[in-house]
Design a protein around this ligand. Structure first.
Ligand code: S3P
Length: 470
């Protein structure tokens, strides 16, 4: 198999994975996607130069970089003497964005689209937003509702979905907004709109979500008051019209990408894998907690701060896992990791119950349905009960042999390729193209650890019909 899926037979987008020998090695992962988007956005809203190291160069983040150029920022990629990519953003300052000349296409990226809807809402410009077939299906009403309260207007949209035009206001009304869904994207959109508001914009989150926007706002010079309400909800108050100034940002390794080699290292017998520099911010660390509860041999070493975020080197060793109950309150801290966790659960002894997964239905695909279908087609005993996912583990054994429908969802593709690394018969995914949105080097990185996965067209023993092992 070739290491680069893009070099494969383009007529066949399928990737496959089959039982592999022990995975071993130490790797670094691409930069965190959430932080990469935000570094570009705050860099463009700051005065002066922002320098970003470790930016994730996946399609989603590149779409945000292109958008920031369209708003008037100068965004450039350089390579330093050590051969490392360094991105610079020369910002325009809060309130000084220009109106893009053309429609902005966010591809597959809900984060890029939703955060920039917020940013546009607080500027007196009109912008047309669009995305791919997956993004066009995703609900935008959750961000548009508070942005309309702040004075923005939505035009030419069907059903609050993309494509749509947002007309922002140069004097956004400061609001106090209680999040009806636990969403960092909604929180961030309101705070971004509030940046150009003359007063105090307050977001109240009953369930804490990832806090990268708050951390980065402070890093760029904004004033935020964060407190707890008597009911325990987190109250974030932003003082409007700050002067943001360009900063140095180091993007730590993405824990959502780390999930895939970590779970692979746990389920492929004999493996030992270390991932350096993984962000372990508590608002993102639910998977690590859950895997430890399942009995995973998982250790954190060299815990430190990098770029204002806690990071650590994470090592896993293969070994038996036990089913657990994952409480609904933990979902926001591991919302993107359920596909990987479901794969770990399929190999565990006993049943894993993952509660409160309603938000999984509005990701790049309906992930609750896609995970359940992918497990079932590979012989795993799985059930969806309301918003809960219930997986009866095979105690180290998964049949495999199925082709998983990815529904344009990168994490569905990567999770099921990981599952195939220890299954009795190979696992195929119908299309691996979307992996490039968040983890462009997934295939070569996993192959470097010893994983046998890649384009199905390179498997000499795969029949044209695509049934593994045929
Ligand atoms: C993200 C927030 C989460 C997450 C997404 C990235 C962010 O979405 O699933 O991948 O960067 O703010 P929600 O805000 O919809 O939960």
């Amino acid at each position: 198999m070739t290491a680069d899926p893009s070099s494969a037979n383009t007529a066949d987008p399928r990737l496959g994975a089959r039982a592999s020998g022990p995975l071993t090695g130490t790797v670094r992962l691409p930069g965190d996607k959430s932080i990469s988007h935000r570094a570009l956005i705050f860099g463009a809203l700051a005065e002066g130069r922002t320098t970003i190291r470790g930016l994730l160069e996946g399609h989603d983040v590149i779409a945000t970089a292109d958008a920031m150029r369209a708003f008037g920022a100068r965004v450039e990629r350089h390579v330093d003497d050590a051969g490392e990519a360094v991105w610079t953003v020369d910002g325009v300052g809060v309130g000084a964005l220009i109106e893009p000349a053309a429609l902005l296409d966010f591809g597959n990226s809900g984060t890029g689209a939703r955060l920039l809807l917020g940013m546009v809402a607080g500027h007196g410009i009109a912008v047309r937003f669009d995305g791919d077939a997956s993004l066009r299906k995703r609900p935008m009403g959750r961000v548009l509702a508070p942005l309309e309260l702040m004075g923005a207007r939505v035009c030419d949209s069907a059903d609050d979905r993309l494509p749509l035009t947002l007309k922002g206001t140069r004097d956004p009304i400061p609001i106090e907004y209680r999040l009806p869904v636990p969403s960092a994207q909604v929180k961030s959109a309101v705070l971004l709109a509030g940046l150009n508001s003359p007063g105090l914009t307050t977001v109240i989150e009953p369930e804490p979500t990832r806090d990268h926007t708050e951390r980065m706002l402070v890093h760029f010079g904004a004033r935020l008051d964060i407190s707890r309400d008597p009911d325990g909800a987190r109250r974030i108050a932003l003082h409007g019209r700050p002067r943001l100034t360009g900063q140095a940002v180091t993007v730590p390794g993405d824990p959502s990408s780390a999930a895939f080699p970590l779970v692979a290292g746990l389920i492929v017998p004999g493996s030992r894998v270390t991932i350096r520099g993984v962000m372990v911010n508590p608002s993102r660390a639910g998977l690590i907690t859950t895997l430890q509860e399942m009995g995973a041999k998982l250790t954190l070493a060299n815990e430190r701060e990098d770029g204002g975020e806690p990071v650590a080197d994470v090592t896993v060793e293969a070994g038996p896992l036990t089913g657990v109950e994952v409480p609904a309150e933990r979902a926001p801290s591991m919302i993107d990791e359920y596909p990987a966790l479901a794969v770990a659960a399929a190999y565990a002894r006993g049943t894993t119950v993952m509660r409160g997964l309603s938000e999984l239905k509005v990701k790049e695909s309906d992930r609750l349905a896609a995970v359940a279908a992918g497990l079932a087609v590979n012989g795993v005993d799985v059930r969806v009960d309301g918003d809960d996912l219930i997986v009866a583990g095979g105690a180290g054994r998964v049949a495999g042999g199925g082709t998983v429908e990815t529904h344009m969802d990168h994490r569905i593709a990567m999770a099921f390729l990981v599952m195939g690394l220890a299954s009795e018969t190979p696992v195929l995914v119908d299309d691996g193209a979307m992996i490039a949105t968040s983890f462009p080097d997934f295939v070569p990185l996993m192959r470097g650890l010893g994983a046998d996965l890649g384009p199905v067209s390179d498997w000499p023993d795969t029949a044209p019909a695509g049934e593994p092992g045929a």
